[in-house]
Design a protein around this ligand. Structure first.
Ligand code: ADP
Length: 368
């Protein structure tokens, strides 16, 4: 296990591209951290700096309190799984899995035990004698994951390891990797563009935005219920959060025929008078009935999608100018396409962001 610490870490590539800006974070022993964000936001670059595969342009990086900027990859105690699984084509699955341990001179008996255990976890038991060319892409990726997991290291680095698997396998592998992490305990940094993967696997998530800017670091719970800015609010959650833009007039949001009193959800409503703001709520946070302390919003249903446990309702708010929203409702009470649908947003589920700074407007709401 290892503790990692980043102090003002920056990466500027030789061509001048500034890929990571002022990365600051402390990662505890055995934590499972996901770096998440759209393609090109600097996730892999950050991972590669941890691995020692990219120089750190400025700032300090520590492993267990020791400055590691110049430490060789080999001395960092890491195992890495890449998107592209670099398996040895001339070795069987068994030999691929055993390779690292064999190099380290581990007893054949111990290797046998570990290979069998790893293969079992990854569903590779029946493929141990096969060569990579006789495996599907998903199976190859499993071998690559297995090869990293089988070695005893302090830090696991994974770069989109599940992206070549189909949806079902991804879900299975997600929990398998979590289970393995729990039993192995190594500090894990996991790169993904998939927010569901990040939400389900992480102890903490780092949300990054293009240009290599960290937006928020927090537990899945914190990011889901307390997104600090519009980017995180829109990135975490599926379907994404609904945004209704408008201007504050007399403490009320005026937009799309709505007249929403912001007093209950903003600490100092005078401070945002006259400003452009974004009123936000999650599709799944709405209620079909007026409970205590909620906003009533009228919408028109454009389309519904039955998913089984819920129905997604695609609707519009506003008469002349319209804004699209998505609502998740109980399938037994789903409105008809084309109908008017009134729903309620509890004050505790409403967010207000400053449209200019994109930061959340100060409030002291407990979101329960
Ligand atoms: P992500 O993993 O989030 O998709 P990367 O860390 O791979 O993003 O890349 C971040 C940015 O840095 C991208 O815009 C990419 O084009 C750029 N980049 C990556 N590698 C290099 C390089 N060797 N030289 C110049 N720019 C690079």
């Amino acid at each position: 296990m290892a503790q990692l610490k980043f102090v003002d870490v920056n990466k500027v590539y030789p061509n001048g591209y500034h890929a990571v800006h002022d990365f600051n974070m402390e990662i505890g022993d055995g934590e499972f951290i996901c770096l998440v964000g759209d393609s090109g936001c600097g996730k892999s670059t950050t991972l590669r700096m941890i691995a020692g595969l990219e120089d750190i342009t400025s700032g300090d990086f520590y492993i267990d309190g020791v400055r590691a900027n110049q430490m060789s990859s080999r001395d960092r105690g890491i195992a890495m799984v890449f998107q592209s699984y670099a398996l040895y084509p001339h070795l069987t699955v068994y030999e691929n899995l055993a390779f690292g341990l064999t190099l380290e001179g581990v007893d054949a008996e111990v290797i046998e035990e570990k290979v069998q255990a790893t293969a079992k976890i990854l569903g590779l038991t029946d493929y141990l004698e096969r060569f990579p060319r006789a495996l599907s892409g998903g199976q190859c990726q499993r071998v690559a994951v297995g090869r990293a997991l089988i070695r005893k290291v302090n830090i696991f680095l994974m770069d989109e390891p599940l992206s070549n698997l189909d949806a079902k396998q991804r879900v299975t592998m997600r929990s398998e990797i979590k289970q393995i992490h729990r039993s192995v305990g190594a500090t894990t940094i996991y790169v993904t563009h998939d927010q569901t993967e990040a939400m389900t696997m992480s102890d903490r998530i780092v949300v990054m935005k293009s240009g290599g800017y960290v937006q928020q670091i927090g537990t899945p719970y914190e990011l889901y219920f307390y997104p600090k800015n519009l980017f995180v609010a829109g990135f975490i959650g599926e379907p994404p959060m609904n945004f209704i833009r408008g201007t504050v007039n007399g403490g009320k949001l005026e937009a799309y025929g709505l007249n929403i009193d912001l007093t209950p959800v903003v600490k100092d409503v005078k401070s945002i008078e006259g400003r452009a703001v974004v009123f936000a709520f999650r599709p799944e946070a709405i209620k079909p009935d007026k409970g205590a302390a909620s906003y009533e919003i009228k919408s028109k249903v454009e389309l519904t999608e039955l998913l089984g446990d819920t129905t997604n309702v695609y609707a519009t708010v506003g008469s002349e100018e319209k804004v699209n929203i998505i609502l998740k409702v109980n399938p037994h009470r789903a409105p008809e396409t084309g109908s008017d649908f009134t729903f309620y947003v509890p004050h505790t589920a409403a967010y207000v962001y400053d449209a200019e700074t994109e930061e959340i407007v100060e409030n002291d709401i407990e979101r329960r």
